[in-house]
Design a protein around this ligand. Structure first.
Ligand SMILES: *Cc1c(COP(=O)(O)O)cnc(C)c1O
Length: 347
């Protein structure tokens, strides 16, 4: 039957119009307008007014940098909110389902549970790649969303283009590609393929490469049709003024971001070399992200020994296909020195 967006949108959402806030209706054009409409305190302290509900200035910069239109973008209070909006727009509680591919990011499962939507899990294969045939077998008309985390957390690899393309062509719901780590990857973003695949939704974030985890800014890039559905249900002022300002400064100064990413990638190579040469590691997995997953002889023991030396890493052993693995985030050169010293003390 093919992909039809109208078949995916929940009935209650179809009837909604976007909430029109006071600030949506009139934008100050620089002329002497007086805003006595929103019950704000009139004394200027920088944040006494409600923020722009459509974050126009920030979206204009992001649109230019990503090569899309501002109307292809929805911003949220972290990717967490963006992903939750996708559930609330497209997944009917107790009826619909999503597909996720463990081992992967834990939020998809949490959001499915809180929205009372079935989470069908199809394990990645031994190379941490999607099992395309098994995924398409799991899909039916109630399967609204398929989450592909690429580069994947916690494995670090990006998925093969062939597999992703086959899923975009074969799955009739929305394919959500979570690109939280795309800025560390040698592969290209799928944002460039938006016009080719109407069911493609890409999410990105300022929490990782952009170094702004504390301000909570998540990005959804999709067709204008998908974005306008999400706009119907988003809380009007979901991205606060301080976040919009800080995000704008940082995106305008993207050269600094690129420089930091380059340093992180250099450090990542150093960490990979050290792990590969270490006697406790049995396997160091390929990474396209700012972390390295490695298999060790005894993960709980090594985790504890690093902790005793003041170095906190992530034990991912309870994840499928990840037994005896630790996930190391790449830090500053000094932080990584601390890690390497601690690793060298392991016996
Ligand atoms: C860290 C991370 C995010 C970021 O979430 P925010 O809510 O934007 O901070 C999203 N997806 C994955 C896979 C992540 O690892």
């Amino acid at each position: 039957m093919g992909f039809q967006l109208a078949n995916l949108v929940r009935e209650n959402v179809k009837g909604l119009k976007p909430y029109s806030s006071a600030r949506d209706e009139y934008v100050s054009d620089g002329s002497e307008m007086v805003f006595l409409d929103a019950n704000e305190n009139p004394f200027d302290n920088g944040v006494n007014r409600y923020p722009d509900p459509q974050q126009r200035s920030l979206k204009d910069v992001l649109a230019k940098q990503k090569g899309v239109l501002a109307d292809n973008i929805l911003l949220g209070n972290g990717s967490d909110e963006v992903l939750d909006l996708l559930f609330r727009a497209f997944c009917e509680p107790k009826t619909d389902a999503i597909i996720t591919l463990p081992p992967t990011y834990g939020m998809y499962k949490v959001l499915a549970a809180t929205n009372d939507v079935t989470n069908r899990e199809v394990l990645l294969n031994d190379s941490f790649e999607p099992d395309v045939a098994a995924i398409l077998r799991e899909a039916d008309s109630n399967t609204k969303l398929l989450f592909l985390c690429s580069p994947n957390n916690p494995t670090g690899n990006r998925f093969s283009e062939t597999a992703i393309q086959a899923l975009l062509e074969g799955f009739n719901g929305l394919v959500v590609i979570d690109e939280a780590y795309i800025d560390f990857s040698s592969g290209e973003s799928w944002v460039g393929k938006l016009e080719q695949f109407p069911n493609l939704v890409v999410t990105q974030t300022l929490s990782k490469a952009y170094g702004l985890a504390g301000i909570r800014l998540g990005i959804c890039i999709a067709s204008t049709e998908v974005i306008s559905v999400l706009n119907k249900i988003k809380p009007p002022y979901n991205v606060n003024e301080l976040t919009q300002k800080r995000a704008l400064e940082r995106t305008l100064g993207i050269a600094d971001v690129r420089q930091e990413v380059a340093m992180i990638l250099k450090e990542r190579e150093r960490l990979i070399m050290a792990l590969k040469n270490h006697s406790v590691t049995t396997e160091v997995f390929h990474t396209d992200a700012n972390f390295v997953l490695a298999r060790v002889d005894n993960a709980p023991q090594r985790y504890r020994q690093l902790l005793e030396q003041g170095v906190v890493v992530r034990n991912r052993s309870n994840q499928p296909l990840c037994n005896n693995t630790l996930r190391f985030t790449v830090g500053t050169a000094k932080e990584n020195d601390r890690l390497l010293t601690a690793l060298n003390n392991l016996t």
